[in-house]
Design a protein around this ligand. Structure first.
Ligand code: ATP
Ligand code: MG
Length: 433
């Protein structure tokens, strides 16, 4: 027997039964992005490897362990993008989108990280990201957070996520903190595992969110990064907190939130849920004022965030399971008798002209009326529309509302209006979910 080939571990097919929820979530997010003046940008899913190494930082988990790399036919090192910001900045510089102007960009697409697959953590996953260039004040950080908060409200999950916030200060402040951490770690080198010893000098801040209990305990008495912040960073953070208070967004300051990518400075934040187990972050972001310059562009401040679509969909499904049962088919056409098949084909085309917003399908499998009604029910159709020989003779059709069983015969020229009235009622109910 031929062995079947399966999908690559950690890479998922989104099947037709799940897609409506993805589309719904994407639609809500895109609407909000438009509402805040963001424009879409689409960049390739592969880039030259040095782009990510330079942007994300050599001694990060993503670069050390999680990248999908390969050489192309000319031995150029290529990487499947692990995140969207680096490509977005590269494209912005390359096409002159960032120079001397404000820019608000969003993107959506698959990202790739070689991680251990589990619920909410995959090797291919989707992000919807937003990036703002050319603005350095805390007001835009606040607006970005307000935008994400709006997304959660519209998706009905606002009570299931909370905001964690921190400032990691300027590069200079972090250098000082880096030295303080190295001092602490050197004193306790015997309790460090191999990986921590390796990173202790190059990236000690990453050890702050270590899962290792003895390393965790070590930092319990360490001075927080907040003590090392320069005045400018402190003012930026205080103002951001004030603006969030003013807007009624609650948050928790988490001094250990440092984020896994090196390009951040000042503001960092994560929206966390407790409902998905260990994979709690549904959206992460922060300010990255030095990245554009680091990648060869001008001195352009920036702030952005990325939402993990799969985690968001998992959460929306958990909170609103009813959304899953969205109507599949709006109108299912069935027919029986001499000449009815051709008439049905033409009538279905006529209805699609009149009702382009609805899903209209025709039964092509034949069978008695009762078999065909059963098929309509199985598809979850809202309406079955039947044509028999009598109906054709009198230019009529039978419309049966499969929700309440009410059936009526109407003239074909009034069919579209009657159908719209029934279906509009249904979509109103769905939108209110
Ligand atoms: P985590 O701490 O869960 O590993 P991260 O800090 O690596 O997340 P980011 O690089 O900031 O995540 O990516 C932004 C968002 O993308 C995350 O908040 C999360 O929702 C999502 N995400 C990150 N990695 C994965 C993954 N492997 N599978 C699914 N979603 C992911
Ligand atoms: Mg990660």
């Amino acid at each position: 027997m031929t062995k079947t080939i399966q999908a690559i571990r950690g890479m998922n097919d989104v099947l037709p039964g799940d897609i409506s929820l993805y589309q719904y979530v994407e639609k809500v997010l895109k609407k909000v992005l438009l509402n805040y003046g963001f424009s879409e940008i689409r960049t390739p899913i592969i880039e030259y490897t040095p782009l990510f190494k330079r942007a994300i930082g050599e001694d990060t988990d993503i670069i050390n362990k999680e990248m999908y790399n390969f050489n192309d036919r000319h031995s150029n090192s290529i990487t499947l993008r692990p995140e969207g910001t680096a490509g977005c900045v590269r494209a912005g510089i390359e096409h002159g989108l960032l120079h001397n102007q404000e820019q608000r960009l969003w993107y959506m697409g698959p990202m790739f990280r070689y991680e251990r697959p589990q619920k909410g953590r995959y090797r291919q996953f989707y992000q919807i990201g937003s990036e703002v260039f050319g603005l350095k004040g805390p007001n835009i950080d606040a607006e970005l957070i307000l935008m994400t908060a709006r997304c959660w409200r519209l998706l009905g999950i606002a009570n299931h996520v909370h905001l964690e916030l921190n400032s990691i200060g300027s590069i200079e402040a972090r250098k000082k903190y880096h030295h303080a951490l190295v001092n602490i770690l050197e004193k306790h080198i015997s309790i460090l595992d191999h990986d921590s010893k390796r990173r202790m000098h190059s990236n000690p801040m990453r050890l702050l969110d270590s899962k290792n209990p003895s390393i965790k305990a070590l930092f319990d008495n360490a001075p927080p990064l907040g003590d090392y912040l320069d005045n400018k960073s402190r003012e930026h953070f205080t103002e951001l907190c004030r603006l969030l208070d003013l807007s009624g967004v609650s948050y928790r300051i988490n001094q250990r939130l440092v984020r896994g990518l090196d390009y951040y400075n000042n503001t960092v934040f994560e929206w966390i849920t407790n409902s998905l187990g260990a994979q709690g972050a549904v959206c992460s972001g922060g300010r990255y004022d030095h990245l554009v310059k680091l990648l060869g562009g001008g001195d352009i401040p920036a702030v952005g965030c990325a939402i993990g679509l799969e985690r968001l969909v998992l959460l929306v499904r958990l909170v609103s399971p009813l959304l899953e049962h969205q109507q599949n088919v709006d109108i299912y056409l069935i027919y029986l008798g001499q000449g009815t098949e051709n008439a049905m084909l033409l009538f279905s085309e006529y209805l699609r002209n009149k009702l382009p917003e609805f899903k209209i399908m025709t039964n092509f499998g034949g069978g008695s009326f009762s078999t065909q009604f059963t098929r309509a029910n199985k598809l979850g159709a809202r309406i079955a529309l039947a044509l028999g020989e009598d109906e054709i003779k009198h230019h009529q059709c039978i419309i049966k509302d499969l929700y309440n069983g009410i059936q009526k015969t109407v003239s074909q020229c009034h069919a579209a209006d009657t159908l719209r009235v029934i279906l509009t009622d249904t979509s109103k109910q769905q939108n209110s979910l």
